[in-house]
Ligand binder design. Structure first.
Ligand code: ADP
Ligand code: ZN
Ligand code: ZN
Length: 747
């Protein structure tokens, strides 16, 4: 026998096997399959241990370090053609090495569940509804006015190709339409069916708007560079016409026969944006978000992969969707924290989309009214080209900002006189007011006035929040809840006080002060139902609401044309937050929430309540705008050696036992220091162990090590070896660790 390791004629398959496996595995081709069929990107079933697992072919080689005798053939080839094109395979491998996450799990993240389970890559049929002959003949105008929902559904189906639409599409346009559909079915105007063809609407297409000068320049600049990589930052205030710029770039891309991928922070919060896309383009649009069924997701994914969808719109995980003919990648609200996955595979969809554009050699457009400091820094360094839209499109005007000094105007139940007066003015004028407070529940603290006892979660180092709707105490970190104690558990006093403000308390106060106003609260408690958010939005748009009270949710993507007043109950938490990004986040949410006001022809006003009106950050933001604030903040980050001037990675560790936690951290620290010394990475510093701001959560003790470097390559050099070392450490039962590269939150 000759040595198995010398050159031999056999083809070796390098396969990423599903699971937490950090490397590729070598296999022989399945019996009877010839080389032409084995292209990178196809799925194979392979023997692994005692089981069969799914894997993806990433490369072919003539060499292997495994003795040939021990190599096994793959069992079965699952795909005739690659599921991922070459540029995306490159991206997946890059992501695995950059985020130091097992390649097998990276690929699992990128595939729809059904494909991970080995199902065929074929368009599934989806449940849907179609018009019957009777329904088609029916005169829409003869329906009674009261049945306007049924009428709208019939009209919608009339506009669909083949008079049919999938349940997913109907849900998107008509949330909560189940009863109406059932009534229409009873009348025999519609019937259930299976949809196999790609759906599209035959709406009379809406024509593009005439661009203003800044918009036109932005569109032209991007369209001039459609055949090579370039990153653009589209920096324009809310309402300045960014979406219109996307639409017209996409139009050009479609004219060239190519596809566009659009990432948005939250699909269910932006139904208007989807409608706008559907009105503008007659081509099929694939929509990907977390609420799809497995079949719906597979269908949308394959439409993108096969090239039948001209446009793909989706949230974070849609960043992995393959495109047959990629033309442009767009990231709307690029500053939004939801682009970063928390826990598990902690990738940044924004950052990897820029990398993807590079591999695909196409432009990427990052749009925001409040760009992330990281992105502005990339503009400063010449990596991104900045396109500015400085004015609001159409007729809307910038809102006026006014600071209310709470030291002067003592608030009652959180609300100062000037704010209450301004709300009254809006009510008199039949306009809408929005009151923003970034905390849900009634009061964040329950305290005994007799002995100072404070209600804390038994499982976390955190206070419990009192919720009035169920009269219970909730922990916002682990979800545990309990009933409200009648007396102080420490001193039996009945003097329990609810301190601080949340959305429920502000809502209640407003109801007392404005008894005839129609008030609506919007937070994750009030919108948890499947279609609750859409219903709420409908009510607001139909003018059935006078005052909106809500959290962060209100700052995202909505257009509220009748809102002319925004009141911010208290912004001081953001001024003194523990995380170094707290001030950036605060500035972004203030500008974003302000952008909800005065969108149409009505002038908007923003009132900010604070005990610190002289705070320099607030001053910079209000007097000179977001970009001036951002420049100040970037300088401050340089002085303090924080991102984007340095690069961070965070090792998070949590354990049931405090001793096990500390033991692990000490070892991990020593390993990192050893790597730094060995590789001569003087630029890299390890800070910690630091207890996490929330030292215990859901019964786990938590702490972390922070790695900070002046060069990305040095940080990567450390992590690459450190991860291997970390994997060798024995972990006590109940100990978990994860590595977060470019963390967005330091907890
Ligand atoms: P953004 O995405 O920056 O918030 P949009 O593209 O949604 O802005 O535009 C805000 C509003 O202005 C929309 O109602 C849109 O129809 C309108 N608009 C945008 N561009 C123009 C234009 N060139 N002429 C007239 N109206 C415009
Ligand atoms: Zn007490
Ligand atoms: Zn808790």
């Amino acid at each position: 026998m000759t040595s198995a390791n010398s050159a031999h004629p056999t083809v070796i398959l390098q396969i990423a096997v599903n699971g937490p496996l950090p490397r590729l595995f070598d296999y022989l081709p399945p019996v009877g399959i010839d080389k032409q069929q084995l292209q990178p990107g196809v799925r194979l079933s392979v023997p692994f241990g005692r089981n069969e697992r799914l894997g993806i072919l990433l490369g072919l080689s003539s060499h292997t370090d495994v003795p040939l005798k021990r190599l096994k053939p793959a069992t079965r080839l699952l795909d005739e053609a690659p599921l991922f094109p070459a540029d995306l395979l490159k991206l997946l491998r890059w992501a695995a090495s950059y985020y130091h996450y097992p390649i097998g799990q990276v690929l699992q993240t990128a595939l729809p569940t059904l494909l991970n389970q080995g199902e065929a890559a074929q368009l599934p049929t989806l449940p849907g509804w179609q018009l019957t002959a009777e329904g088609q003949a029916f005169d829409l105008n003869s329906l009674s006015k009261r049945a306007h929902r049924q009428q709208a559904l019939l009209k919608f189906l009339h506009q669909c190709s083949d008079h049919a639409a999938s349940q997913a599409t109907i849900n998107q346009h008509f949330p909560n339409s189940y009863t109406s559909l059932k009534s229409l079915q009873k009348k025999a105007w519609i019937e259930a069916c299976r949809i196999d063809k790609i759906f599209h609407l035959n709406l009379s297409p809406e024509t593009s708007l005439n661009l203003n000068a800044a918009q036109a320049e932005a569109v032209q600049t991007v369209c001039k560079h459609l055949s090579s990589f370039r990153a653009f930052l589209l920096d324009g205030v809310t309402g300045s016409g960014k979406t219109e710029v996307y639409l017209q770039i996409i139009q050009e891309v479609i004219n060239q026969g190519r596809q566009a991928l659009v990432l948005v922070p939250e699909i269910n919060l932006t139904p208007q944006m989807l409608t706008r896309f559907e009105r503008r383009f007659s081509q099929p649009i694939a929509i990907l978000h977390s609420k799809l069924t497995d079949n719906e997701r597979l269908s949308a994914w394959l439409m993108a992969q096969q090239g039948t969808a001209a446009i793909v719109i989706g949230t974070r995980s849609a960043a992995w969707t393959p495109l047959a003919r990629p033309g442009v990648l767009i990231i709307d609200e690029e500053h939004d924290a939801s682009y970063k996955q928390q826990g598990g595979f902690q990738y940044s969809a924004r950052d990897l989309t820029v990398m993807r554009a590079h591999y695909a050699n196409i432009p990427v457009v990052l749009g925001s009214a409040t760009p992330a400091l990281d992105s502005l820094f990339n503009v400063q360094r010449g990596r991104y080209q900045c396109l500015r839209l400085t004015e609001r499109a159409g007729t809307a005007i910038h809102p006026d900002f006014r600071v209310i000094d709470l030291r002067r105007y003592q608030p009652q139940e959180g609300l100062s006189q000037p704010l209450l007066k301004a709300i009254q003015t809006r009510l008199d004028a039949q306009q809408q007011a929005l009151v923003y407070i970034n905390r849900r529940g009634f009061a964040p603290t329950l305290m005994c006035h007799q002995c100072g006892w404070v209600a804390e979660c038994q499982h976390c180092t955190a206070r419990q929040t009192y919720h009035d709707t169920d009269n219970r105490l909730h922990c916002h970190h682990c979800g545990a809840e309990q009933s409200l104690p009648a007396v102080c558990p420490q001193c039996q006093s009945v003097r329990l006080r609810r301190l601080g403000y949340g959305t429920e308390r502000i809502e209640q106060a407003l109801r007392g002060l404005f008894p005839t106003a129609r008030i609506l609260r919007i937070d994750s408690d009030s919108t948890s139902g499947k279609h609750a958010m859409q219903q709420i939005l409908e009510r607001i748009h139909e003018g059935e609401v006078d005052i909106l009270v809500g959290t962060q949710m209100l700052t995202k993507g909505h257009h509220f044309p009748k809102v002319t007043l925004v009141g911010v109950v208290n912004l001081d938490g953001g001024l003194f937050g523990v995380d170094f990004r707290a001030s950036e986040r605060l500035a972004q949410s203030l500008v974003q929430v302000a952008g909800r006001a005065g969108r149409a022809d009505l002038r908007g006003e923003v009132l900010l309540q604070t005990y610190h009106p002289e705070h320099p950050l607030l001053q910079a933001l209000l007097e000179r705008g977001y970009n001036a604030f951002a420049n100040n903040a970037l300088e401050e980050r340089q002085q303090t050696c924080l991102p984007p001037h340095t690069y961070l990675a965070l090792l998070r560790v949590e354990a049931k036992q405090e001793a096990a936690l500390n033991h692990f951290l000490q070892q991990a620290y020593a390993q990192a220091e050893a790597q730094i010394a060995q590789q001569g990475l003087e630029n890299v510093e390890i800070l910690g162990p630091i207890p996490a701001p929330l030292e215990r959560r859901a019964n786990f003790y938590r702490a972390q090590l922070l790695c900070q470097a002046h060069q990305r390559s040095h940080l990567q050099a450390l992590l690459q070896h450190w991860v291997i070392d970390l994997n060798t450490l024995s972990t006590a039962k109940g100990l978990r660790w994860s590595l977060d590269v470019d963390p967005q939150n330091l907890f």
